[in-house]
Ligand binder design. Structure first.
Ligand SMILES: O=C(CO)COP(=O)(O)O
Length: 249
């Protein structure tokens, strides 16, 4: 039985003034031990958040594929580990859009994270035009093919399906569309790494998840948690999602 994981992605939000939110989220996570929770924060908050987060895992949102080198402005896996991160997101659609990252970049970044013991949330998801053109499934399958790291294993890898058009828009796919895409991702994983490993990997849904829709989404087949943006920024909005996950676990 796969546990549910509710991970927050603060994106480019948060100063030290928001550390009490981290503490409050960590307390709520500790009070719901049947569910896994985590927060992926801006680089600048990783160290101070890790000091106050207790057992709540603190992660990054990106990293460079190299351990060190002449890469101005970039952050490597060993740097993240030293700051107290235990996981990182790779391949988020905002990095694919804003920084032109490819699935191969995500593959390289996931490998770098794994080399240094970081868990990885690997993102995939189609654009609105791709869904409208009937290409959503093929796009997501292709992203998984190109980005799934070697040695992919449930002990360190999680997949997040985040349709780009559902992120920050208040629009979500229908329950059938979410369940269908998650089944397609599960089938793809089975083909690539075998049933045992594939069946252990958590597949999260992300895109406009809130306390109001979380229980319904998290109850769907093959939805093993949520990757939450806007509604993860405060305990008031995020804790109900953790509790919704607990209620369907
Ligand atoms: O991109 C997301 C999480 O990584 C989802 O963001 P929202 O929850 O704000 O739609």
């Amino acid at each position: 039985m796969r546990r549910k994981l509710v991970a927050g992605n603060w994106k480019m939000h948060g100063l030290r003034a928001q550390l009490p939110e981290v503490e409050a989220i960590a307390s709520a996570a500790a009070a719901n031990p049947s569910v896994d929770a985590a927060l992926c924060l801006p680089f600048t908050l990783i160290h101070p958040a890790a000091q106050v987060a207790g057992s709540l895992p603190i992660g990054a949102q990106d990293l460079h594929e190299a351990d060190k080198g002449a890469h101005t402005g970039c952050i490597s896996a060993p740097m993240l580990v030293e700051e107290g991160a235990t996981l990182t997101i790779v391949g988020h659609s905002e990095r694919r859009g804003d920084q032109h990252e490819t699935s191969h970049d995500a593959y390289m970044k996931a490998a770098a994270a794994h080399r240094h013991g970081l868990k990885v949330i690997l993102c995939c998801g189609e654009l609105e035009a791709e869904r409208a053109a009937g290409r959503a499934e093929r796009i997501v399958q292709s992203q998984i093919e190109k980005s799934l790291p070697d040695d992919a294993d449930p002990s360190w890898l999680t997949i997040a399906y985040e349709p780009r058009w559902a992120i920050g828009t208040g629009k979500t796919p229908t329950a059938d569309e979410i369940a269908s895409m998650h089944a397609i991702i599960r089938a793809k994983l089975r083909m690539m790494i075998g049933d045992d490993k594939a069946d252990g990997i958590q597949i999260l849904y992300g895109g406009s998840v809130t306390g109001a829709n979380a229980a319904q989404i998290l109850a769907l087949d093959n939805v093993d948690g949520a990757l939450v943006g806007g509604a993860s920024l405060t305990a008031e909005k995020f804790v109900p999602i953790i509790e919704a996950a607990a209620s369907v676990s």
